[in-house]
Write a protein that binds this ligand. Sequence first.
Ligand SMILES: Nc1ncnc2c1ncn2[C@@H]1O[C@H](COP(=O)(O)OP(=O)(O)O)[C@@H](O)[C@H]1O
Ligand code: SF4
Ligand SMILES: [Mg+2]
Length: 363
Amino acid sequence: MTYHHAPSPNDTRDAASSMTMEVQTKTGTAQSPKTTASTHDQTLLQVRNLKKYFPITQGILFQRQVADVKAVDGISFIVKQGETLGLVGESGCGKSTTGRTILQLYRPTEGQVVFRGKDLAMLKGEDLRKMRSDMQMIFQDPYASLNPRMTVGDIIAEPLEVHNIAKGKEKKERVQELLQIVGLNPYFVNRYPHEFSGGQRQRIGVARALAVNPDFIVCDEPISALDVSIQAQVINLLEELQDRFDLTYLFIAHDLSVVRHISDRVAVMYLGKIVELTDSRTLYANPLHPYTRALLSAVPIPDPIIEEKRERIILVGDVPSPVNPPKGCRFHTRCPLAIPICKEVAPEWRDVGNEHFVECHVV
Ligand SMILES: Nc1ncnc2c1ncn2[C@@H]1O[C@H](COP(=O)(O)OP(=O)(O)O)[C@@H](O)[C@H]1O
Ligand code: SF4
Ligand SMILES: [Mg+2]
């Protein structure tokens, strides 16, 4: 197989990481950190009562709608300019659907996504296309998200063509520049995705997202499919790029240990709803919602003495179906603190102080 005989881009892993180091040095010295208090105070994106339902239809000749998958069911939050907002929850709770609906890859069933003061759900045609180039996505699976029949150069150039940004020589130079920015050798433009390692493919995915100079990127579990040894490199790259290009991230993950270091604030999602949202430090030091506490208790602590003594909450059962979510508080079927009212009345979303939001009757 050519994979074994041809000089593989995998062979250049060291070269790639030394280039990354170069990027690190550049951003570390020449660039001042952009995440100042003032930039963080500005709202870039506002999500208001966002819902995304997928219809379930039945019938052979005439399809009729029999139910809905309530993947996202009324969520509200803001994302501040220059910050990383983590979005965490078990698989199937609606994280990817949230990201895709914000980017208008799915049109919302209800609610608003206001980006720089414009409601994206109301935009159509050219206006929507223009706004979309400011918002990009990095996908979970770097194996499935890159077209195996396209060269790396064509993959990265595609958004430049779609958005009419560069042609000919300029396009070629931009692609090479992007490869360099993400720590890959610019000579690899003519190679195919299968010739790269998982971490390198994710770098290609990052280069494709960066091609159109976006302001906002949804990173949908960008390291979940990667070897643990590579995960930190990709996180470091994303952080460097954020500083260098003034990026704002919605960073999706299924466990809290991953988002801890990269997020300024964290939103915890359960069955289509956000149940808690606060700054990272507070969330880890003082988690309020029983679901957040359960997720946190699954994160190992490096100190063996604390690790042995700490409270462990084991969540029983799976996430219930989003077709028929439980009445009252959606978490009551699995909650160790549930009281009778939890089965009947949905708790309200409230601020317990200092923008620490939680949705629970007992905390
Ligand atoms: N295109 C779709 N059509 C129907 N149901 C979907 C679709 N995408 C996601 N879902 C369902 O919506 C729920 C939330 O999915 P998803 O947003 O992918 O969750 P997560 O990213 O948190 O794992 C799941 O029950 C999933 O099966
Ligand atoms: S409202 Fe009740 S069931 Fe829901 S998280 Fe709080 S205590 Fe648990
Ligand atoms: Mg997902």
